[in-house]
Each structure stands twice: as structure tokens, then as C-alpha cells.
Design a protein around this ligand. Structure first.
Ligand code: AMP
Length: 418
């Protein structure tokens, strides 16, 4: 038997209902904050990700699903969404009337990481991006929106970690101090970090290898190097979060190593998931739109790990599969035909009706009725058809009532909706 690909997974009925609920809760909330949904392709030219995520990142170096298509183009299954949303914003001139635009998108991402609990090779993200707003208020508002989403989903064990990455003016001094430290610690760094320490020293700060983390524990903090504009911006973000009563922690190891990631960066972490504690991450990328060929327009966004969020939500609500409203047990060909007509009629009025199309015995149909979870069973056979009345059985009280054929739709609807 052919199994699914390692690191990929099926989301089965029973779980899907939870995913739908999360999706609906997120889109309703984001729309209330002025975001519009955008749908972008799952494949792009490799160069888009190489340029936006950066050549010397784990994602681009080792994790992308990249291949040459039959026409000779290098294509990549998207490892994240921001690059594509920025591309669409520039390509369709979505800034033309007003550069301020807010988008959200939900869908699968692909990274060839080592699979483990909470880490997949196809995983899903809920992304939000804001273009054209430089104010620190939007940074705080995005974190507030995330915190609100988690609280609407009854996820309480969440903490915001924030940091500021400064800007191209103040970062060089920090990078110099970091490079000096790295030069003294070369021998304890992993081989990736030894290479990175000259090309992109900030990447060493978010390396997950324990010896690198240990070596970086006394690394300088970016917050000591911020220029006055960056400091004012960061202070304002913190003040606004306080005002919104969002508790946060400054985390100096929270970095993104590329020049167009600027100022605020954040992560929402939980204690409920073991090692993979990050449920959402994001930050400001004021240089990205320009780097991808657009104008000098600021940007900020976040990505929620949908799989991880679904897992935390399911800890509170294990199974919310919708059960049938009514089961129609029909005996004999004529009754089956009636059951078929009724089930279609119920379906279009929003009543979920199940029938047994295998024409089983009454006993086997009642078993199926039980499994369907329906509170009521409508029973019809030749006798009922002749008398013009079906039997409605309450599965809990076992009470049975007769209802006239011509009133079946109205009576059943009224009963199950009661
Ligand atoms: P990133 O795009 O790397 O900033 O990730 C944003 C969020 O996506 C993380 O906080 C995780 O919750 C989630 N995420 C990232 N990679 C994976 C993965 N391989 N499997 C599941 N979730 C992931």
C-alpha cells in the first residue's frame, strides 16, 4: 500500500471541524480589523524566496522543495507566504490608490525539515501582512490581534516574546560587536554557524544547536545598540502593549538575520506543546518591498502555525465532529425512494439527514442510526406508506410519534431545531 509522504499528514473528519472553526474565527477577527483575504499560488519562482528569505538561511539552503519544471524554470513550493503576498502587492500595483493595505491568507507551506511532533514538511499557516504603515501602533495592534485570536479560541497558556532588530543605520555597530565575540568562539560553533559568522553573524543568534546557544548566552543585546528612532519605536510598542494589557517578555535571542527585517520582531510561545513552543512569529520588514522591486514602503506581518494552534485547541476540545440531525430508516424500494427524496430536501434546508442506501434490515438500519449520532429516526416501510404516516422515534426517550407524510419536512425540521 502506498503511504503518505514522510512529514506530510491527512487532516481527517473529526479534526477538520476544528480547523474550520479556527479558520472562521481568524477570518472573522481579521476582517473586523480591516484585513482582506488574498489567495496566492503555492508555487513561485525559486528566486523570489531566495531573495526574500535570504540565501544563507536554513530554509533556502536546505529545506525548500525546488525543482526544474519541464520548461526549464526553477520553481519552489512555497516555504512561507510573505514573499508571495509582497510579490502580488507589487505586481498588481495594489498600492496604487493607497499604499496602506492589510491582507491575510491561510494555506499550506512546505519545508523539508526533520519531521517530529509539531514539525511537518507540509504544514499550514495563517498569515497577516500590513503594508504602508510605519507607526509602532500597528506593531502592537498585530500582537493584540493575535492575542485576541488565541483568547477567542480559549488558548490561555501564551506568552509574547518581543525584540527590536534596529535598522540599517544602527545594526552595523551591533554586528561588529557580535562578530568580535564570534571570532573568539569559532571552535565551539557548529559548522553552519562558523560559515555564517562572517557572512551573516546575526543568524548565529537563532541557531538551535545547543553548543551555539550556550556560546551565545553572553552575546551583546541589540537593544543596547538601537539608534534613537529605533529606540523610540520600540519604547512605543512596549508602552502600547502595556496599555492593551498584553504581557510580554523581551527576548534578545529573537532575531532574523536579514537586512530588511527591521525593528519589532515577535513570537508567541506556549508551554502546552513541548519542544515546538512557537505558535506564531512575525515582525517588521521595512526593506522587503523595495528589495523585491517595489517602492520604499514599510511592511509588517506574522504567521501562525496552524497545525500547532489546532493541537493546542484540541487539548481543550477533543472532538467536535458534527452529527446527523436525523436518520431515515426506510424498508422496501418505495420507502427507499421516499427516503432519498427527503434526504435531498432536508439537505438543502440545512438539516443533515442520513439514510442507508444499502437497503439493510431494520435492525442494521437502527444500528447505523445509532452510529450517526442523530437524536431522531424517521421510520418508513410499506405499511407507513400505505397509511400515509411515518414514525418519528426519539432515540433518547424511545418515544415514537406518527407524522403525516405530507408534513414530514415541516414536522421533522421543527422537532430537530427545537
Ligand atoms: P516562521 O515562518 O518560520 O516564522 O514560522 C511561523 C510559525 O509557523 C511558527 O511559529 C510555527 O508555529 C509554524 N511552523 C514553522 N515551521 C513549521 C513546521 N515545519 N511544522 C509546523 N509548524 C511550523
Amino acid at each position: 500500500m502506498i503511504q503518505l509522504i514522510r512529514g506530510f499528514k491527512d487532516i481527517l473528519p473529526g479534526e477538520v471541524e476544528l480547523w474550520q472553526k479556527i479558520e472562521q474565527t481568524a477570518s472573522a477577527l481579521f476582517e473586523d480589523f480591516g484585513f482582506k483575504e488574498i489567495r496566492i499560488p503555492i508555487m513561485e519562482h525559486t528566486e523570489l524566496f531566495a531573495r526574500s528569505i535570504g540565501e544563507d538561511t536554513d530554509i533556502v539552503e536546505k529545506e525548500m522543495y525546488t525543482f526544474m519544471d519541464r520548461g526549464g524554470d526553477m520553481l519552489t513550493l512555497r516555504p512561507e507566504a510573505t514573499a508571495s503576498v509582497v510579490r502580488a502587492y507589487i505586481q498588481h500595483k495594489l498600492y496604487a490608490q493607497d499604499p496602506v493595505r492589510k491582507f491575510y491568507t491561510i494555506g499550506p507551506m512546505f519545508r523539508r525539515e526533520r519531521p517530529q511532533k509539531g514539525r511537518y514538511r507540509q504544514f499550514y499557516q495563517i498569515n497577516a501582512e500590513v503594508f504602508g504603515i510605519a507607526s509602532p501602533y500597528i506593531d502592537a495592534q498585530l500582537i493584540f490581534m493575535l492575542a485576541t485570536l488565541f483568547s477567542r479560541l480559549s488558548v490561555t497558556d501564551i506568552k509574547a516574546h518581543i525584540n527590536s532588530l534596529g535598522c540599517p543605520q544602527c545594526r552595523p555597530q551591533f554586528k561588529q560587536a557580535l562578530s568580535d565575540l564570534l571570532a573568539a568562539k569559532t571552535e565551539v560553533l557548529c559548522s553552519d554557524c562558523q560559515r555564517r559568522s562572517s557572512r551573516n553573524p546575526m543568524r548565529v543568534l537563532d541557531c538551535k544547536v545547543p553548543s551555539c546557544r550556550e556560546a551565545m548566552s553572553d552575546a551583546p543585546s541589540l537593544s543596547d545598540y538601537l539608534c534613537s528612532d529605533c529606540k523610540t519605536h520600540f519604547d512605543m510598542v512596549k508602552k502600547s502593549l502595556d496599555k492593551l494589557k498584553i504581557s510580554f517578555e523581551i527576548d534578545k535571542q529573537l532575531v532574523r538575520g536579514l537586512d530588511y527585517y527591521t525593528r519589532t520582531t515577535f513570537e508567541l510561545q506556549t508551554g502546552s506543546l513541548g519542544a515546538q513552543s512557537a505558535v506564531a512569529g512575525g515582525g517588521r520588514y521595512d526593506g522587503l518591498i523595495k528589495a523585491l522591486g517595489g517602492s520604499d514602503i514599510p511592511g509588517i506581518g506574522f504567521a501562525i502555525g496552524f497545525d500547532r494552534l489546532a493541537e493546542i485547541v484540541s487539548l481543550n476540545r477533543p472532538d467536535i465532529e458534527k452529527k446527523a440531525d436525523i436518520f431515515i430508516a426506510a424498508l422496501g424500494e418505495k420507502a427507499q425512494e421516499k427516503a432519498f427524496e427527503w434526504s435531498c430536501a432536508f439537505g438543502i434546508t440545512g438539516i443533515q439527514a442520513e439514510t442507508d442506501m444499502a437497503n439493510g434490515s431494520l435492525k442494521s438500519q437502527m444500528k447505523k442510526a445509532d452510529r450517526s449520532g442523530a437524536d431522531y429516526v424517521l421510520i418508513i416501510g410499506d405499511k407507513e406508506l400505505e397509511q400515509g404516516a411515518a414514525v418519528l422515534r426519539n432515540m433518547t426517550t424511545k418515544e415514537q410519534t406518527e407524522i403525516l407524510m405530507e408534513n414530514v419536512l415541516e414536522s421533522v425540521t421543527a422537532t430537530v431545531r427545537r
